[in-house]
Design a protein around this ligand. Structure first.
Ligand code: DOR
Ligand code: ZN
Length: 347
């Protein structure tokens, strides 16, 4: 028996997908990310969405102002693509270091996606420009057709949209965001080097039973929705395998308690507060602690063409007690793992 590993030190990691929101909520939640991560890809689905470099630059300043003193944290901004996005603003925003990537929301797919893209054909010229400029594309990979079952929307997106996109833009870096199915795992593994995926903590920990057995549990609801157990197992295998195609992206999506515990609850799980503790628990359970560093700190920078962060962070076996709620903007947000105790903590 090899000796048990009791602590893991890795270069400072990054969160390659999260939602900070804006205003007071943003001011309350940025600290949870800055405590653990050196950088994060910030989603642009505000209302109104962040569609221009000027809007992204001012949003970035607001986030930076909310970073607690003494923390080193860099928000990496994304452009929200619409049918009418301005290719020139996009590409010059990328060249100027304002936009790290652009985000494609199929219109109607999720929270804040009403202004998203209605037909991918409409943005082919934009995608051409991004490919030429070396600007990565983050994709919410679900179809929105009424006749497609919500549990099938990711798999159908692969068939109808993603496959063609990958072959039509062979040099475009594509991040298949927050994958939830074995279908997506296999598609990413079988795809070119320009295709990678982020994996959230919730999709590694829970399947759809967590949401629906014994009562409806709105805090386990996010989009794409958690799927069957076989998909969770495929995601765990992929994320912990050491493959550079998979990296950390929490999709932390805070909604105040009342917006989730409602007759029409919002999609989104607030995973930021205990993200690293949550992920490393999975790597430990899968006996793959040696692959945690790649997933959390190396594969993302390599794919995005950014340096690995300086400095390091240590996680050790211990007790991370997750509170039942976190105060934000005069309200409460229920975090992922609320009320649980995780077996790893930040040193
Ligand atoms: O669950 C989700 N929440 N999925 C998304 O794609 C968006 C996010 C949000 O903004 O709340
Ligand atoms: Zn998201």
């Amino acid at each position: 028996m090899p000796a048990q590993v009791n602590s893991v030190t890795i270069p400072r990691p990054d969160d390659w997908h999260l939602h900070f929101r804006d205003g007071q909520v943003m001011e309350s939640v940025v600290r949870y990310t800055a405590r653990q991560f050196a950088r994060a890809i910030v989603m642009p689905n505000l209302s109104p969405p962040v569609t221009t470099a000027a809007a992204a630059d001012s949003y970035r300043q607001r986030i930076l102002a909310a970073v607690p003193k003494g923390e080193q944290f860099t928000p990496l901004m994304t452009a929200y693509l619409t049918d009418n996005s301005d290719a020139e603003d996009l590409v010059s925003g990328h060249a100027d270091g304002i936009f790290t990537a652009a985000k494609l929301y199929p219109a109607g797919a999720t929270t804040g996606s009403a202004d998203g893209v209605t037909d991918i054909g409409k943005i082919y010229p934009l995608l051409e420009a991004m490919q030429k400029a070396g600007m990565p594309l983050c994709i919410h990979g679900e179809v929105t057709d009424d006749d497609v079952d919500i549990f099938d929307r990711e798999a159908v997106f692969i068939e109808r949209t993603m496959s063609k996109l990958v072959s039509d833009f062979p040099a475009l870096k594509i991040i298949f965001e927050h994958i939830t199915t074995d279908d997506a795992v296999q598609f990413v593994l079988g795809g070119p080097e320009t295709l990678a995926a982020t994996v959230t903590p919730q999709h590694l920990h829970i399947n759809r039973n967590a949401m629906l057995v014994g009562g409806i549990r709105p805090h386990a609801y996010c989009l794409p929705v958690a799927k069957r157990e076989k998909h969770r197992l495929a995601l765990r295998k992929a994320a912990t395998s050491g493959s550079p195609k998979f990296f950390l992206g929490t999709d932390s999506a805070p909604h105040e308690r009342g917006a989730k515990e409602s007759s029409c609850g919002c999609a989104g799980i607030f995973g930021a507060p205990f993200a690293l503790e949550s992920y490393i628990t999975v790597f430990d359970e899968e006996d793959a602690l040696e692959n945690f560093e790649g997933f959390a700190a190396r594969h993302g920078p390599a794919f995005y063409g950014l340096p690995v962060n300086a400095g390091s962070i240590t996680l050790k076996r211990g007790k991370a007690v997750v509170p039942g709620a976190i105060q934000a903007a005069g309200s409460e947000i229920v975090p992922f793992h609320a009320g649980e105790t995780l077996g790893w903590e930040l040193a």
